[in-house]
Design a protein around this ligand. Structure first.
Ligand code: NAI
Ligand code: MG
Length: 534
């Protein structure tokens, strides 16, 4: 494989070792790379890849949907059809849930030793690693993200994640609890059962890993619904899990639409837990469906309008680069995008000028070409939505510093767009755009920026850029967000918990905290024959 560079995809130009850290840490991450001039994109690096799996994956086998229906998945570079994928519905969800239930209640999965389960997960990770480049190609094709980002960051992060959770599988255990009276009390940490998991299109495989990793490590079985925009990569990878030795029915994948497959999973009486990542609006539906069915516990990882605060002592060049990456990474389609760039008034003018120049240099183009930093948006709906927000920004009086137009006439490419003079109540400062649109706001002092940064229903993430430890400590404590990155952004190691305050979600994915979402605690109480031992 030719493509083996993190290249300019991470858009970093930090030369100092102290202030800034890289974005997502991938397999080939070798420290901080200077960006400099990005240059023109050239040379197509698309590896040969063909779509092998388009059916539903139920009980360890690829099968057509009960209705025989399919839906097209599109190439965001052109809007053309890549493949027709089996479209699930209620009956398919019922079949998948039955398979998962049987695998949980009867199958060898839970009866295996935790070490055996762990070894299967390690083998699964090895297979993902072996097929890294094909998987990345499939991901880029279906999603539009730069190939190097998929091949060198995201798929390696998935591999790392599966290994992280493989390591947990045989380290999950309960406690012995001191209790009054002559009782021996112990807790058993048991898997919940059948986990329903619904994932979006922006990081189809990374979020897939966040979901299946802890569920499998704890011994659950799964019915997973991918996004209808990006169904291909999870089918490919899930097939590898069976090659690694997963017993039939442990991981079922039902492709299809939200209101049919998603709703059927969320309201199913025999699904014991639901984990969802996507929009806040759909997250509310999921919670409601749980309430109206069997009260299955719900974890939600939702949207955000995350502040990125650049203090007066910041090195402006570094801050520009980091804020640029925090927003534009993945075409701006990140739940935790640093989408409100607060800049101290003393460095504001210089920052705006440099942020604009950086955006003008960003290389937009075919995500399979070397050097491309930004591919197309996922689909026409998202494209239209983003263009609407750009229009609102102009109408509401923000200054359009760069971009604002579509790129080319085919596919869903948008110019990297920078607005300055953004006010807190403008739509571009309050709503999730989910696109390559940076909103820059000016602030005067810390108390003010804390108040403004927290004045949102969201609370997913925040970024702080400062040389002062006191300022960093103040901000990290004051900001109401599930993650605060200081002098870095988007660090996504498997062990770091991730999730939202307020309407950005409930519960945490990744890390040790994610395990508790997939475990029940059972207290076992036994009288002690000989109270003298107490
Ligand atoms: P969405 O929240 O509707 O889709 C996410 C997943 O939920 C998909 O698998 C979808 O099929 C499923 N779904 C949709 N309706 C459902 C229902 N009634 N019941 C159960 N599952 C359902 O997000 P969408 O429409 O793709 O994007 C809309 C906006 O959501 C974006 O512009 C962005 O602002 C936000 N979003 C946030 C994400 C995040 O990572 N937090 C990811 C994707 C979108
Ligand atoms: Mg697609």
């Amino acid at each position: 494989m030719a493509a083996r560079r993190i290249s300019s995809l991470l858009s970093q130009s930090f030369s100092s070792s102290s202030a800034a850290a890289p974005l997502l840490q991938g397999r080939n991450y070798k420290g901080i790379r200077r960006l400099g001039t990005t240059g023109a994109a050239e040379e197509l690096i698309m590896p040969p890849v063909k779509v092998e799996h388009t059916q539903l994956l139920i009980n360890g086998k690829f099968v057509d949907s009960a209705s025989g229906k399919t839906f097209p998945t599109l190439d965001p570079r052109t809007g053309e059809v890549i493949a027709h994928v089996a479209e699930g519905d209620l009956e398919d969800v019922n079949r998948a849930v039955s398979a998962a239930r049987k695998a949980f209640d009867e199958g060898p999965w839970l009866k295996m030793s935790a070490y055996e389960r762990s070894k299967i997960l390690y083998r699964f990770a090895d297979l993902i690693e072996k097929h890294n480049d094909e998987i990345a190609a499939l991901e880029t094709w279906d999603n539009g993200k730069p190939y190097a980002q998929a091949a060198e960051v995201e798929i390696p992060l998935l591999t790392r994640l599966i290994r992280y959770f493989a390591g947990w599988a045989d380290k999950i255990h309960g406690l012995t609890v001191p209790a009054d009276g002559p009782y021996h009390v112990q807790t058993l940490h048991e898997p919940i059962g059948v986990a329903g998991q619904i994932i979006p299109w922006n990081f189809p495989l990374l979020i897939y890993g966040w979901k299946i990793g802890p569920a499998l490590a704890c011994g659950n079985t799964i019915v997973l619904k991918t996004s209808e925009q990006t169904p291909l990569s999870a089918l490919y990878v899930s097939n590898l899990s069976y090659e690694a030795g997963l017993p039939d029915g442990v991981l079922n994948v039902v492709s299809g639409r939200g209101p049919t497959v998603g709703a059927a999973i969320a309201s199913h009486m025999d699904v014991d837990k639901i984990a969802f990542t996507g929009s806040t609006a759909t997250g509310k539906f999921v919670l409601e469906m749980s309430a109206k069915s069997n009260l299955k516990p719900v974890t939600l990882e939702l949207g955000g309008k995350s502040p990125f605060i650049i203090c007066e002592d910041a090195d402006v060049d570094q801050a520009v680069e980091l804020a640029h990456a925090a927003l534009f990474f993945n075409q701006g389609q990140c739940c935790c995008a640093g989408s409100r760039t607060f800049v101290h008034e003393r460095v504001y003018d210089e920052f705006v000028e440099k942020a604009k120049n950086r955006a003008l240099k960003r290389v937009v183009g075919d995500p399979f070409k070397k050097g491309v930093e930004q591919g197309p948006q996922i689909d026409s709906l998202q494209f239209e939505k983003i263009m609407k927000y750009i229009k609102y920004g102009i109408e509401e009086g923000a200054t359009l510093e760069s971009g604002g137009e579509r790129v080319g006439s085919k596919g869903y490419y948008i110019q990297p767009t920078v607005f300055s003079d953004v006010k807190d109540d403008m739509l571009i400062a309050t709503e999730e755009i989910f696109g390559p649109v940076q909103s820059i706001l000016k602030f005067k002092d810390l108390d003010e920026v804390i108040r403004r940064a927290n004045a949102t229903h969201y609370g997913l993430a925040a970024g702080v850029f400062t040389k002062s430890l006191d300022t960093a400590n103040t901000l990290t404590r004051a900001l109401k967000a599930g993650t605060v990155w200081v002098n870095c952004y988007d660090i996504f190691h498997a062990a770091i918990p991730f999730g939202g305050y307020k309407m950005s979600g409930q519960g945490r994915v990744k890390g040790v905290y994610s395990l508790q979402n997939y475990l029940q605690v059972k207290a076992v109480v036994t009288p002690l024959k000989n109270p003298a031992w107490l």
